[in-house]
Design a protein around this ligand. Structure first.
Ligand code: ADP
Ligand code: MG
Ligand code: MG
Length: 213
């Protein structure tokens, strides 16, 4: 609570950068099963540019929403691939829904996450069960909203929701991809989790560590 919300946005992106750097090869192998193998590289590029942009915006004194929006634009402009466009749009929607107000209340966090999921779903057109980011992100949103509604604090609620995202990302193994590059080779994907759902779960778990500090 002693750190500004803008600073926590930067720290969250740094934590995502670290975890995605460690997972780059694994995510690439996951995407190579039925996709084109570039998901680890794309996510790492996106979060790397996003983190740099966030640092600059925070150093210039911008509020949390402004810092996150700068990060979102840098992610979308540099990542390449479907996931980069979707993450950029999702984070931009989060930033605009949350704004620069401090302190960041549980309602603001819930609203930001809901806006992320809505933007990703609207832009990509994915329904639950299509084997995409949405299959981890929508359950994450729902669990977070339920826990915050029960009066749990943000770090605790976020950590619980992140655990649900991990479970639901793994559970995409059973699904057949209905969208994206994996669709033509959908049969190969069955028995393996969706790379975008996996990386989403890694990201929200990384942020959980920052919120718990
Ligand atoms: P690309 O498929 O363009 O190479 P990536 O490999 O970085 O991009 O990302 C692939 C991931 O993006 C998929 O595993 C899936 O989770 C997600 N994805 C692809 N298309 C969509 C979509 N229309 N809606 C939601 N998520 C999608
Ligand atoms: Mg790919
Ligand atoms: Mg690609």
């Amino acid at each position: 609570a002693s750190r500004s919300a803008a600073r926590r946005v930067v720290s969250s992106l740094e934590a995502m950068l670290e975890v995605l750097r460690g997972a780059e090869d694994e995510l690439g192998r996951s995407d190579a099963i039925a996709g084109d193998g570039d998901h680890g590289r794309g996510m790492l590029r996106g979060v790397d540019f996003a983190t740099t942009a966030a640092h600059a915006a925070q150093a210039a004194g911008w509020g949390a929403g402004g810092v996150l929006e700068a990060a979102a634009d840098a992610w979308a402009d540099n990542a390449g691939g479907a996931s980069g466009v979707l993450w950029g749009a999702g984070l931009r929607a989060f930033a605009r829904a949350a704004g620069n107000e401090e302190p960041v209340t549980p309602e603001v966090v819930a609203r930001g996450v809901a806006a992320y999921v809505e933007a990703v779903a609207n832009l990509g057109g994915a329904q639950p069960g299509d084997k995409t980011i949405i299959d981890a992100a929508a359950p994450f949103r729902d669990e977070l909203a339920a826990a915050l509604g029960d009066g749990r604090a943000v770090p605790d609620a976020w950590a619980g929701a992140a655990a649900v995202a991990t479970e639901r990302a793994a559970a995409t193994s059973a699904l057949r991809p209905k969208l994206g590059r994996a669709r033509p080779l959908a049969e190969r994907s069955i028995g393996h989790p969706d790379p975008g759902a996996l990386s989403f779960a890694l990201c929200v778990n990384a942020v959980a560590e920052v919120l718990g500090e």
